[in-house]
Design a protein around this ligand. Structure first.
Ligand SMILES: Nc1nc2c(ncn2[C@@H]2O[C@H](COP(=O)(O)O)[C@@H](O)[C@H]2O)c(=O)[nH]1
Ligand SMILES: [Mg+2]
Ligand SMILES: [Zn+2]
Length: 490
C-alpha cells in the first residue's frame, strides 16, 4: 500500500532572494498561500491577493498543496499582488488587506518558532505575553473583518479565476486522431485509463460528444467544447483520488454502459447530454477531504451549503459557473426549455452522488424498475441518476490491473484526511484510519453491500450489465474475500 509522507521541497525566487519551502502532506491550499505570502514578506496579503508562480520558462504553476517539487537550479518565480476587497477595482490597497484565519495560523506558527529559538533567554516570559496579546488582537481583527465580508463566497470567483487562464493553455493543445481500435475500446467498460495523459483524456471525451451526436444535435461549436473540457480539467485538483483521471473514468464508464445496454437508441440526445455532463463535473474542485470533514471542520463549503452535501453542491456550482462563461458555454444554442431540463437533470444527478442519499435512491428505483418506461421523463431521470452513481463507484467493475491502483489512490486520500483529523482533534471514520484499514477490508464490504446491490438494481432495467460488468465485480469480490481470508484466517 503506498502513502505519501515526505514533505515536498520547493525552491522559489522572490525578487533577487531565494527561499526553500517544505510543504507537508495534508497542508491545504490556504496553508500554501500563507507560506508563499510569508516568503514574499507579505503576511498581510489577504485571500483575494493574486499569487503567481512561474517556472523558469514562464509557464504558470497552479498554487496547490500538490505543487511539484523542484531544485534550486530551476526555482519558481513568485509574485504576490494585493487585491484588497476594500479598493474599488480590486487592485492595490497594500496593508489594508483583511486578516484571514490562514494569516493567524501562519503567524502563530512563526511566533512559535521564534519563541522556541529564544527559549534560553530571560526575555522569554515577556515575549510570550507579547505573542498572546498579538494573537488576541489578530483574532479580534479577524472576527470584525470576517463579519464585514459575510456576503461574499469563494465559489464563483475561484472558478472564474481559472477560466481566465484557459486560452494560453488551449492554444497549445495538440490535435489528436484516434484509431478505430481506440474508439471501439473506448466503449468497453474494461477500458484502461492508466495509458492516457490528461490532454488525451480531454480529446477522448470530446470524441464521446461527437460520437453520440451531441455536437450536431445541440449545435456545439468545437472550440467551445474543447475549451469547456480543458477548463473542467484545470478545475479538478491534483488529489490522489478525486482528480481529473477519476472524472474521466466515471465519464468513460457511463459512456461504456450507454453502449453496452444499447441506450443510444432508447434515450433522447438530451438524456445523454445530462448524463455525460453530470459525470464530467461530478467531483470538480474536490478538495480531497470528504463531506464529514467539511462539516466537522466547519469549512467555508460547509457554511455556504449549510452542511447539506457541501461537496456535491460545490461541484455543481463550479460546473455551472464554467458553463456560464460564454467561451465555454456548450449549452448556448439550447432553447430555454431544454436548458432548464438539462440543468435540473444535472443538478439531480450530481447531488445524487452523495452516498448518504444511496438508500433513498435505491428504494425509488426499485419501485420504477417494476414497470420501467423509456417514454416516462421521471423514469429516465432516475435511470440517469443510477447510471451516474454506478459509474462513480465503478472501479471494481474494471479488470484488476486497472482497478487496484485506484484503491491505493483512494486509501492515500483517506489516510491524508484521517491524519489531518487526528491532528485537528476531529472525529475519524474507521474506514479512513491507516491503523485500522486493510485493502481487502476496504473492498469486501463496499463491493458486497454497496456496489453489487447498486449494479444489480440498475440491471433490472439494463439486463445487459449481466454480460460484462456484473461478472467482473463479482470476480473482484471473490478476489478480496480470498485475500481477506488469507490475511485474517476468517
Ligand atoms: N471502499 C471503497 N470505496 C469506494 C470505492 N469507490 C468509490 N468509493 C467510495 O464512494 C465514493 C464515491 O463518491 P465520489 O463522488 O467521492 O467519488 C468515494 O468517495 C468513496 O468513498 C472503492 O472501490 N472502495
Ligand atoms: Mg463526489
Ligand atoms: Zn466521484
Amino acid at each position: 500500500m503506498t502513502t505519501t509522507v515526505a514533505p515536498n521541497r520547493i525552491h522559489i525566487k522572490v525578487g533577487d532572494k531565494c527561499e526553500v519551502l517544505d510543504l507537508y502532506p495534508g497542508c491545504t491550499h490556504e496553508d500554501v498561500r500563507a507560506i508563499l505570502c510569508s516568503a514574499a514578506d507579505m503576511v498581510d496579503a489577504d485571500k483575494d491577493s493574486l499569487i503567481k508562480l512561474t517556472k523558469p520558462d514562464g509557464t504558470i504553476v497552479p498554487v496547490s498543496p500538490f505543487l511539484p517539487g523542484n531544485t534550486d537550479k530551476e526555482p519558481y518565480t513568485l509574485q504576490v499582488q494585493y487585491r484588497s476587497r476594500g479598493s474599488p477595482n480590486g487592485a492595490g490597497g497594500g496593508g489594508g488587506g483583511a486578516a484571514s484565519p490562514t494569516k493567524i495560523g501562519y503567524l502563530e506558527a512563526k511566533l512559535n518558532d521564534i519563541s522556541k529559538a529564544l527559549e534560553p533567554l530571560r526575555e522569554m516570559q515577556s515575549f510570550r505575553e507579547q505573542i498572546v496579546s498579538f494573537q488576541k488582537r489578530l483574532e479580534s481583527a479577524e472576527k470584525q473583518i470576517s463579519m464585514a465580508n459575510l456576503p461574499e463566497t469563494k465559489v464563483i470567483p475561484k472558478a472564474i479565476k481559472r477560466i481566465s487562464k484557459i486560452d494560453p493553455i488551449f492554444a497549445h493543445q495538440p490535435k489528436y486522431v484516434f484509431t478505430d481500435e481506440t474508439v471501439a475500446y473506448l466503449k468497453q467498460p474494461s477500458f484502461n485509463n492508466w495509458q492516457w495523459e490528461e490532454n488525451e483524456m480531454t480529446a477522448l471525451m470530446e470524441h464521446m460528444f461527437t460520437e453520440l451526436g451531441l455536437v450536431d444535435k445541440f449545435k456545439m461549436e468545437l472550440p467551445t467544447l474543447k475549451r469547456f473540457l480543458c477548463v473542467v480539467k484545470d478545475n479538478y485538483n491534483h488529489n490522489p483520488f478525486h482528480n481529473f483521471r477519476h472524472c474521466f473514468c466515471v465519464t468513460q464508464m457511463f459512456y461504456g454502459m450507454l453502449h453496452e445496454a444499447d441506450l443510444v437508441s432508447k434515450l433522447e440526445p438530451i438524456d445523454l447530454l445530462v448524463g455525460l455532463i453530470s459525470c464530467i463535473i461530478h467531483d470538480i474542485d474536490h478538495p480531497g477531504f470528504n463531506n464529514a470533514y467539511q462539516v466537522n471542520a466547519k469549512t467555508e463549503l460547509a457554511i455556504i451549503y449549510n452542511d447539506q452535501s457541501p461537496l456535491e453542491n460545490h461541484h455543481c456550482a463550479v460546473g455551472f459557473t464554467i458553463l456560464r462563461n460564454n467561451d465555454c458555454n456548450i449549452f448556448k444554442n439550447l432553447s430555454d426549455k431544454d436548458y432548464e431540463h438539462v440543468r435540473k437533470g444535472i443538478i439531480r444527478c450530481v447531488l445524487s452522488t452523495d452516498l448518504t442519499k444511496h438508500g433513498e435512491i435505491m428504494t425509488k428505483f426499485k419501485a420504477v424498475s417494476e414497470n420501467f418506461n423509456f417514454a416516462d421523463v421521471e423514469h429516465k431521470a432516475q435511470l440517469l441518476v443510477m447510471m451516474v452513481k454506478c459509474a462513480d463507484i465503478s472501479n471494481e467493475a474494471r479488470p484488476a490491473d486497472v482497478a487496484e491502483p485506484w484503491l491505493d489512490c483512494l486509501l492515500e486520500e483517506y489516510f491524508a484526511q484521517s491524519d489531518r483529523e487526528k491532528a485537528e482533534g476531529l472525529p475519524v471514520a474507521p474506514f479512513m484510519d491507516r491503523d485500522k484499514v486493510t485493502k481487502p477490508g476496504a473492498q469486501v464490504g463496499f463491493i458486497q453491500f454497496v456496489m453489487i446491490p447498486l449494479f444489480e438494481n440498475l440491471a433490472r432495467v439494463l439486463p445487459q450489465l449481466e454480460g460484462n460488468v456484473l461478472p467482473q465485480i463479482r470476480k473482484s469480490l471473490a478476489y478480496y474475500q480470498d485475500l481477506q481470508q488469507k490475511m485474517t484466517g476468517k
